[in-house]
Design a protein around this ligand. Structure first.
Ligand SMILES: C[S@@+](CC[C@H](N)C(=O)[O-])C[C@H]1O[C@@H](n2cnc3c(N)ncnc32)[C@H](O)[C@@H]1O
Length: 306
């Protein structure tokens, strides 16, 4: 799983991405990572069981030892704590709460909504919040596989999703309005979650995130980059699609290049605000080996209403 949550690693450029690209593309022992596998049905055979492996994963890691708060998060995405009152965040694929916790600690103004396809993950998140900051009334969670299902209507009703002006205070005569709707969110965080979604379902999943953002709202993205060290460790038989792998526990991992991320988000209607590779070099002193970590960092905005 993803490591490297140290503060200071949030926008590092220890090396140019092209440096690792050249190493990989000129190493015959890594050639299986460059070719599209000759599978007729590629990843679709794994698609139906996305939630189950994650449910098992979170059940196995119930001790709390696996929990690691994302300490770099607020440096990388300072808007999450510099926000005004009544700001709303949706953290998609919250896992055990590594992202939710620093946000709740960092700002009293923000209400955090978190979802995961695994109900076990939500239990872990609540345990970790209770352990760290006791009871909070600005945190709400729900189960959702956002690659196959719409986010609930109370998050953003039909009117909000279609950029119409909503009156959720009960002042409107329009009986089709969902008066419990919170009116959409200001931020969506998608951190190491999209890589776990089958490639062919990613466009739909991103459209879901777009739909529940308010106009002008931001989607904050971080995920595995192409040729990250963890990609190169996968054996050939774990490759189920182009740049797409299955771990031994059945969870999926896709590795993104900047062009793919740009296309996925702009096709869904987003405006690119920031997009770059984050390249961090670590040294394994015991093995005297360099380890090249690559993550993609992005910020995307939903356009304001015209
Ligand atoms: C690597 S964890 C990332 C956790 C968290 N975002 C963080 O910052 O640490 C990926 C999480 O996404 C969840 N997930 C995977 N596919 C999902 C889907 N289609 N819908 C919702 N959650 C999903 C998994 O259960 C897992 O908890």
């Amino acid at each position: 799983m993803e490591k490297g949550g140290e503060a200071g690693e949030y926008h590092s450029k220890d090396f140019e991405w092209e440096f690792v690209k050249n190493l990989v593309e000129n190493d015959p022992s890594l050639s299986h990572h460059l070719q599209e596998p000759h599978l007729v049905d590629s990843s679709s055979s794994f698609s139906s069981s996305v939630s189950k492996p994650w449910q098992d994963f979170h059940s196995r890691h119930s001790s709390g030892k696996f929990f690691k708060e994302r300490r770099y998060l607020l440096k990388e995405f300072p808007e999450l704590v510099l926000c005004g009152e009544n700001t709303k965040l949706l953290e998609v694929g919250c896992g055990n709460g590594s992202t939710v916790l620093p946000v709740l600690r960092g700002s009293k103004n923000i209400t955090v909504y978190a979802c995961d396809c695994s109900s076990e993950a939500l239990v872990r998140t609540k345990e970790n919040i209770n352990r760290a900051i006791a009871t909070v009334d600005n945190f709400h969670s729900f189960t959702c596989d956002f690659s196959t299902s719409a986010f609930p209507n109370w998050l953003a009703c039909h009117h909000c999703r279609h950029n119409k002006h909503c009156h959720h205070s009960g002042e409107s005569d329009d009986t089709s309005l969902n008066e419990h709707c919170i009116g959409g969110v200001d931020f969506v965080t998608l951190l190491f979650t999209l890589s776990a979604v089958p490639k062919e379902r990613m466009p739909r999943a991103i459209k879901e995130c777009f739909a529940v953002l308010k106009p002008g709202g931001l989607l904050l993205f971080r995920d595995y980059g192409l040729y990250d060290m963890t990609m190169l460790r996968f054996e050939p038989e774990k490759c189920i699609g182009f740049r797409e792998y299955v771990r031994s526990d059945g969870t999926l991992s896709y590795f993104f290049c900047l062009d793919t991320v740009k296309r996925l988000f702009t096709d869904a209607g987003f405006i690119e605000v920031e997009l770059e590779n984050c390249c961090v070099k670590a040294v394994n002193r015991r093995k005297n080996k360099n380890m090249y970590r690559i993550w993609v960092h992005g910020k995307f905005q939903k356009p304001f209403l015209k």
